[in-house]
Design a protein around this ligand. Structure first.
Ligand SMILES: C[S@@+](CC[C@H](N)C(=O)[O-])C[C@H]1O[C@@H](n2cnc3c(N)ncnc32)[C@H](O)[C@@H]1O
Length: 240
């Protein structure tokens, strides 16, 4: 048995195979959840990305928000503190859900956890006013991403929004990207990132919405961070 197969405990195969060392092994969950560690992985940009993402979060206390998969660091408790509504958080890994649960006890009555695959969500159609996705897509193979777009498009309501914080499109002129060994290393650690760099996120989401008889209301709002290496994308849906 290969080492990663020991982590195949109801999680997607790619997650166990490529990311057991980051999200599934108990030691790594402890290690990566330290703020300086996660900030280093994001080249010191965690604070800025957090602030810019939270600035776009739905503030209406009547709103229902889905955070699609867990995130290391203070993202989830900060999101709960700045929004007043009901929040749902799902992830395929039980260790990640337990970690998030321990960090959100201050708002336990409005934070709901579920173990789910982002490719096949157990929520009803149009269930959420906002779906927030923080650095998930680049860690999924193209087929899994396709399924996740479809599920996001299904569960977000017309007139709602989708907030995606991610790597920007291939940042050809960024100094880090131009360092070939760095690009190689990042591609080894994040094997689906090179493919994600080429993806037209707006077109993918728009296509998925169309299949659900929904549409975007105008162009997405895009803010860049770290000289165009990362981006925060806000997609508003038409009311019908
Ligand atoms: C949001 S992403 C990356 C977060 C980012 N690196 C950070 O922590 O700042 C990582 C999470 O996605 C989860 N995940 C990956 N693929 C998934 C899937 N198909 N369904 C549900 N959760 C998934 C992993 O278990 C992990 O908790």
């Amino acid at each position: 048995m290969r080492l990663y197969q020991k982590f195949l405990d109801g999680v997607p195969e790619y997650l166990a195979r490529y990311y057991w060392w980051a999200y599934l092994w108990r030691g790594s969950i402890w290690f990566f959840d330290h703020q300086p560690v996660i900030n280093t992985i994001l080249f010191g940009q965690y604070g800025k990305l957090l602030k810019k993402t939270l600035a776009q979060a739905e503030r209406n206390p009547a709103a229902k928000i889905l955070q699609l998969t867990c995130v290391y660091g203070k993202f989830t408790p900060s999101l709960l503190s700045c929004t007043g509504g009901e929040m749902h958080l799902c992830d395929a890994a039980s260790g990640q859900l337990q970690l998030a649960w321990r960090k959100t006890r201050h708002a336990a009555e409005r934070c709901h956890f579920a173990r789910m695959n982002a490719e096949s969500l157990g929520y009803r159609n149009d269930a959420f006013d906002q779906v927030i996705v923080f650095f998930l897509f680049h860690e999924m193979p193209a087929g899994a991403r396709h399924n996740a777009y479809a599920e996001i498009a299904r569960v977000v309501r017309p007139g709602g929004s989708v907030l995606i914080t991610e790597y920007a499109a291939a940042p050809l002129r960024h100094w880090l990207y131009r360092i070939a060994p760095f690009r190689w290393l990042l591609g080894r650690l994040e094997p689906f990132l090179p493919n994600f760099w080429q993806e037209d996120v707006a077109a993918k989401l728009s296509g998925a919405l169309k299949k659900n008889d929904k549409a975007l209301a105008g162009e997405p709002g895009i803010e860049h961070c770290f000289a165009g290496f990362y981006r925060i994308m806000q997609f508003n849906l038409a009311t019908h």
